[in-house]
Design a protein around this ligand. Structure first.
Ligand code: SF4
Length: 429
């Protein structure tokens, strides 16, 4: 086997993803009308380009760095490396392949990993057990959940992969942002020693500036979602979640947001909803169903239900100050990381989450909430009833609760989930 192929084979699941993305993108282009699901068409186009770049860079021998989504991908661009987000990879495969990451969940479960842990991690744990990923190092903050603390040591102790774990505190205070900023810097320096590179903070600054520009566009798009009907299609949520990881810190992400904002503005001016009449405005305070992304389109077209937000899309982060000194930059990076979707909600007490949900419901004129209670996410299992009461008392809207594994169709199937949503929708009309 040629050296290049051997090197590329350190990220075999990315090759699988590339083929799945290419195939899906070809179908979208070949079958759907020009106006059909633009977020999917545009998002896949950009992700395909970036995925190809990752495979090429792996073939050139750049180090493969695994990371938790709580350590934002763009922070790794102070190195020449191929970043692999453990959680996003498990779920993008769940979204694009028949049976998704299920064979890998089974593999790691058979090895002895508890079945009820988070499928976002079990997928890549199984792939690594099977040597489909060959990581040079892995970095994860000590957050946001027990699954993270308990699952990542597998990489270090069983696979002997160097594991860096910057500490992430629970308190959201000035001293915490300073502390976590220092932890990020120290861990990047340590990571540099492991892979034999010096972190390039000037390059990092440029990448953060791209992300700042994305945030500005994102906030503009969120403002448009306040309109009734919402001018943003449901599939945008799924593609924005994928873009947050795979296009992180790159021009492609900026272009994705520019394209989507342009489309949303046109719909807004014409007062139209993507899927026909908007009858119900829903907010999903936790995750959408990754193994059934078509549900987004089904909700738009069959139910007239807008999904205004899911957890990966109500991100109102501050911009990172890139013009001052390094300390200020790391402070901003820490704040951004600690306020990031799911990290924020899972690494603090539930009061701010309830407050945010009530505020979102009011600001975005939501008719209902749909809470997907994910089996892996133990810390969130206690929240739904409190949230349901808060939404009822403060806003006067109902909440549907569905028990699922968002990345494993064998726990609650697509059919069962859609049936529950359909019945719930009927009670609202
Ligand atoms: S879904 Fe829950 S359990 Fe899984 S990584 Fe996120 S916070 Fe952790």
């Amino acid at each position: 086997m040629a050296i290049r192929e051997l090197l590329e084979n350190r990220i075999i699941p990315y090759k699988m993803l590339y083929e799945a993305i290419e195939g899906t993108h070809g179908l979208v282009k070949g079958i759907l009308p020009e106006t059909g699901i633009p977020s999917l068409r545009i998002g896949l186009e950009y992700i395909k380009t970036v995925m190809k770049d990752f495979i090429d860079k792996s073939g050139e021998g750049l180090p493969i760095i695994g990371h938790h989504f709580s350590f934002p991908t763009e922070y790794l661009y102070c190195f020449d490396c191929v970043p692999v987000c453990i959680e996003a990879t498990s779920y993008l495969l769940a979204a694009l392949l028949p049976h998704g990451s299920e064979p890998f969940y089974d593999l790691i479960t058979n090895w002895g990993h508890p079945f009820h842990t988070c499928s976002s991690q079990k997928g890549v744990l199984g792939m690594t057990l099977d040597d489909l990923f060959k990581f040079d190092a892995i970095i994860t903050p000590t957050a946001p959940c027990d699954n993270t603390y308990a699952s990542y040591p597998f990489f270090q102790y069983h696979k002997k992969i160097p594991l860096l774990a910057p500490d992430l505190p629970f308190l959201k205070e000035e001293k915490s942002y300073h502390y976590h900023g220092e932890q990020i810097r120290l861990s990047l320096e340590k990571l540099g020693e492991v892979i034999g590179q010096e972190p390039d903070y000037e390059r990092l600054r440029k990448v953060l500036e791209i992300e700042n520009n994305v945030t500005t566009l994102q906030l503009e798009l969120f403002e448009l979602k306040k309109a009734v009907p919402s001018p943003v299609e449901n599939m945008f949520n799924a593609m924005a979640a994928a873009a947050a990881i795979y296009l992180s810190g790159r021009e492609e992400k900026l272009n994705f947001y520019r394209d989507m904002l342009d489309i949303a503005k046109k719909r807004y001016k014409r007062g139209v909803h993507y899927g026909g009449e908007e009858k119900i405005r829903s907010i999903w305070p936790y995750m959408i169903i990754f193994f059934d992304l078509a549900l987004c389109e089904w909700a738009d077209r069959e139910l007239g239900m807008s999904i205004l937000f899911d957890i990966f899309n109500y991100n109102f982060a501050d911009l990172v100050d890139t013009k001052s000194d390094d300390d200020t930059m790391f402070y901003g990076m820490a704040k951004k990381a600690m306020e990031a979707p799911m990290t924020k909600q899972s690494a603090e007490f539930y009061y701010p989450f309830i407050d945010d949900c009530v505020r979102l419901a009011k600001d975005y004129s939501a008719d209902c909430f749909i809470f997907t209670s994910h089996i892996g996410c133990k810390q969130f299992g206690s929240v739904p009833q409190i949230l349901r009461e808060a939404l009822r008392d403060e806003v006067g809207i109902p909440m549907l609760l569905i028990d699922v594994d968002v990345g494993d169709a064998r726990f609650a199937s697509e059919k069962i989930i859609r049936e529950k949503i359909k019945l719930f929708a009927q009670t609202l009309l």
